[in-house]
Write a protein that binds this ligand. Structure first.
Ligand SMILES: [Zn+2]
Length: 68
């Protein structure tokens, strides 16, 4: 995740859904799923597939092998 997205400095802010018990990675995934993260480099946010369940690339949550 982190190598593909610009993670805002205020990722710990409640507006990103931060609450006790969530990890940094979970907050990043949540922010991504809300469309709040910008991609780095030439990646197009609309076409870059990142699974919000496992954080894997090349698939989205609906196609996640861990959920099948
Ligand atoms: Zn997945």
């Amino acid at each position: 995740m982190r190598e593909n997205f610009l993670v805002p400095r205020d990722i710990e802010d409640p507006k990103f859904g931060a609450y006790s018990g969530t990890s940094f990675e979970e907050r990043v995934l949540r922010a991504y799923s809300l469309g709040m993260l910008e991609t780095k480099g030439d990646d197009d946010k609309a076409s870059l597939k990142v699974c919000t369940y496992c954080g894997g690339k090349q698939h989205v949550r609906d196609d996640c092998p861990e959920l099948l």
